[in-house]
Design a protein around this ligand. Structure first.
Ligand code: COA
Length: 182
């Protein structure tokens, strides 16, 4: 008989607070420095990450962390897709999981919760702008959460010595386009 793999403890999903800023800055900074998912070239300071958290809170935007074994294992935020007012009900998600904790369902749990809370807040569409066509993990994560592919912008970024695409994916949330926004 083959032994069952050990069960993974599910993360606790909760709203991010000021106390999480150093952990979020370290986690995101790693991905900025070493990856191509973010098109930032320099890791933002803790102060800047804190300002972004405050700005999200002031606008009622969901900003979540996944806590596992007492530490921040990942975070997710939904930002306005574009600033002009007719886009007011459309968000863009970002999900980042600590490199040593990839592939354990943390990203899926975070994104599912982000979608639910964004829908509850009255938003109608979620867009993913995925840095790098080679980012299979992010594409798969979004497919799993029912995003559909809507296009690829080719070679719009340049980082770590190569041109980078963005993969655009989208899904309705809440009533989607079935009714006017409230
Ligand atoms: C993308 C990311 C958030 C996924 O988080 P995660 O916790 O590893 O994801 P999950 O464990 O919930 O896996 C989600 C799905 O993607 C798949 N997946 C995860 N990593 C994968 C990889 N490297 N290659 C292929 N598929 C992968 C999983 O198998 C799962 O699909 P399944 O349930 O059908 O098997 C994480 O890899 C990450 O932080 N990457 C760097 C930053 C980034 O790209 N963020 C997205 C910005 S839009």
């Amino acid at each position: 008989m083959t032994a069952e793999p050990p069960a993974q403890t599910p993360p606790t999903i909760r709203r991010a607070s000021a106390a999480d800023v150093p952990a979020i800055a370290a986690l995101y900074g790693h991905h900025v420095r070493h990856g191509t998912a973010s098109f930032e070239l320099e890791a933002p300071s803790e102060q800047r990450v804190g300002e972004r958290l405050e700005a999200a809170a002031a606008r009622g935007l969901p900003y979540l962390v996944a806590e596992l074994d007492g530490t921040v294992a990942g975070y997710a935020i939904a930002n306005p897709y574009r600033p002009r007012p007719a886009y007011a009900w459309c968000l863009e998600d970002s999900v980042y999981v600590a490199a040593e904790r990839h592939g354990r369902g943390i990203g899926s749990t975070l994104l599912a919760s982000l979608l639910e809370r964004s829908a509850d807040a009255g938003f109608r569409q979620m867009v993913a702008v995925i840095g790098d066509s080679a980012n299979t993990a992010s594409v798969r994560l979004h497919e799993k959460l029912a995003f559909r592919h809507v296009g690829v912008l080719e070679n719009v970024g340049y980082k770590h010595g190569r041109w980078l695409d963005t993969v655009l994916m989208q899904r309705p949330i809440g009533a989607g386009a079935d009714t006017p926004p409230r």
